[in-house]
Write a protein that binds this ligand. Structure first.
Ligand code: HEC
Ligand code: HEC
Ligand code: HEC
Length: 466
């Protein structure tokens, strides 16, 4: 598979791009673009590099085609390459002229290929040395990426030298309506939200277990085994959408799901709302906080969502490092972070190291063939939402905050330990076999991400701290 792709790339590179630049002498001198006002010198330097060495494949419509590109096979091959390249990173003219910003996801993917020296593709480079980025160009690109990240709200209290990092700290406090938080908290722990009054949200999202049930798959009402692993509710507010396949657009929409799901809490919302209306204090609390609505599906799920927005685990060791404590990480943890930035942070970036994008599980190797067991419906991932073939086995990248305590891992709960999860990620997502010491350094780094809730480290959080 991989081999075939490389041959195709080599072919395209050889047939099209090598003669293209050499024969036509294409450089940025040929075309001058108008930069938008306010673009910085770093941006201009990066933009020149992108235009000279990247847009031919990453900017549909901007490719400088050689005369023979009109031959049917050449055109097809080239179009396919441009299509795969732009599906991962499309650099439009408005972007390299500075009118439109690069998103944090694009910056993360760019940093990934720069740290790996993987772009332009190797086989293209082996025949076309002028395409390669030299150290100066690489440094210029990284400096621009750092500058873009400095402007994001995420990095407002990060130490000045670390504002450009792909990972940013979680806030130490969040400002929310405290009465709504408390109301949502009562609902989160209220067993009347389940059909037989035995389960609450915490049954599967136990805050003393990292916001999960620490089980391979969830167990619903009357002991039913669910099809999929319970993700953490801690820091879920950062996710671009909820569920492994992103089928709920936000926390409130998500909260409506498990209550009515016959395999989870197995209740009926109209019965639940009736029961809550008979409570001693809910009616008056809801009319104080939601005066026009009272107790409805919408207000109940909104209150739960507000409580979940308060479940932010700032104060981890890694965040202390990001805020300027330069001596807090051990050499192993530092090296783990270095390796993580090279191989993992193109998908696991931002304050929660994930939750910001969808990615295919098995970009380098077939995860499911390796796992062996029969494919289930949930293995389809985002395909179940979009019915687009390209989304088969695509999942929301999980957040890696507190992974130390959210075992087992993956949507199918198939990795029992963090070591195993890291090793599997390296093979199926990156195409690398990590050494034992590399795995343990990455794990050591991941353990620095365990944060605090109500001032207590998650590993030792007890019921009385909630
Ligand atoms: C010869 C065509 C070609 C050129 C030139 C090229 N790329 Fe790519 N690029 C690709 C292809 C093809 C992919 C998709 C690879 C894949 O999905 O396996 C890709 C993927 C990427 C990605 C996504 C990586 C990810 O995380 O999936 C980034 C970022 C990227 N390229 C940046 C660049 C930059 C920066 C340059 C210029 C220095 C560049 N590319 C030049 C063909 C090219
Ligand atoms: C029976 C166990 C169970 C119960 C009870 C339960 N959940 Fe979940 N929860 C899960 C599972 C399993 C998933 C993942 C399902 C999927 O992605 O298809 C999930 C997903 C979530 C997510 C998405 C997190 C992410 O990263 O995508 C949130 C938020 C959440 N649940 C909150 C709640 C709330 C609030 C309640 C109570 C109203 C609740 N859950 C009740 C098992 C449960
Ligand atoms: C191409 C994107 C991509 C890259 C690169 C990547 N991951 Fe992942 N990672 C994912 C996706 C998608 C999942 C969810 C897969 C699933 O659970 O089914 C995931 C899951 C994980 C999990 C399990 C989290 C949980 O709560 O279940 C860990 C741990 C992890 N990745 C660590 C890493 C490490 C370490 C690296 C680098 C060696 C890495 N990842 C590289 C996309 C990526």
């Amino acid at each position: 598979m991989k081999h075939k792709k490389q041959i195709v790339i080599a072919l395209i590179a050889f047939v099209l791009f090598l003669p293209l630049s050499n024969m036509l002498g294409l450089t940025s001198k040929n075309e001058s673009i108008a930069f938008s006002q306010g673009t910085s010198p770093s941006f201009k330097a990066a933009s020149n590099i992108l235009q000279n060495k990247c847009v031919d494949c990453h900017s549909p419509g901007m490719t400088r085609f050689p005369f023979y590109a009109k031959l049917p096979i050449a055109e097809q091959l080239m179009e396919k390459d441009i299509k795969t390249a732009s599906a991962r990173l499309e650099i439009s003219k408005s972007m390299y002229s500075g009118e439109t910003k690069f998103t944090p996801l694009m910056l993360a993917r760019l940093e990934g290929v720069l740290r790996n020296d993987s772009m332009p593709p190797n086989l293209y480079l082996s025949m076309h040395w002028t395409g390669q980025l030299d150290q100066k160009e690489k440094a210029a690109m990284l400096a621009w990426i750092a500058e873009e990240r400095e402007q994001l709200a995420w990095s407002h209290d990060t130490a000045p030298t670390l504002k450009g990092e792909p990972i940013q700290p979680l806030p130490l406090t969040v400002s929310l309506n405290q009465n709504k938080v408390l109301l949502g908290k009562r609902l989160f722990f209220d067993r009347r939200l389940s059909g037989d009054q035995t389960m609450n949200c915490a049954s599967c999202h136990d805050l003393t277990k990292g916001g999960t049930d620490q089980a391979r798959v969830a167990t619903g009402i009357r002991g039913q085994q669910g099809p999929i692993n319970s993700p953490s509710v801690f820091n879920a507010a950062y996710n671009l959408a909820q569920f492994w396949d992103g089928r709920a657009k936000d926390l409130a929409e998500q909260a409506a799901g498990p209550v009515a799901n016959p395999g989870e809490m197995g209740a009926n919302w109209s019965h639940v709302l009736e029961a809550l209306k008979l409570d001693d204090s809910y009616p008056k609390d809801f009319s104080a906080l939601y005066p026009d609505q009272g107790i409805t599906l919408l207000t109940v799920t909104q209150a739960i969502a507000t409580y979940e927005e308060s479940l932010i685990t700032g104060g981890s060791k890694f965040d202390e490092y990001l805020r300027g404590n330069n001596h807090i990480l051990t050499p192993e943890e530092r090296n783990g972070y270095y390796l993580f930035k090279m191989d993992c942070a193109s998908c696991h970036f931002g304050p929660t190291l994930g939750g910001m994008s969808y990615e295919k599980l098995g970009t380098s190797q077939d995860y499911f063939a390796k796992r062996g067991s029969t494919l289930t419906d949930v293995d389809n991932g985002r395909f179940n939402v979009t019915h687009n073939e390209a989304d088969r086995h695509v999942f929301k990248v999980p957040n890696l905050r507190n992974v130390e305590v959210t075992q087992p891992y993956f949507h199918d709960g198939s990795a029992a330990t963090l070591e195993e999860a890291v090793r599997t990620m390296a093979t199926v997502q990156v195409g690398k076999e990590l050494s034992q010491s590399e795995v343990s350094d990455i794990v050591a780094f991941l353990k620095t991400l365990t944060g605090k809730y109500h001032g207590v480290p998650l590993q030792s959080l007890k019921e009385e701290n909630l």
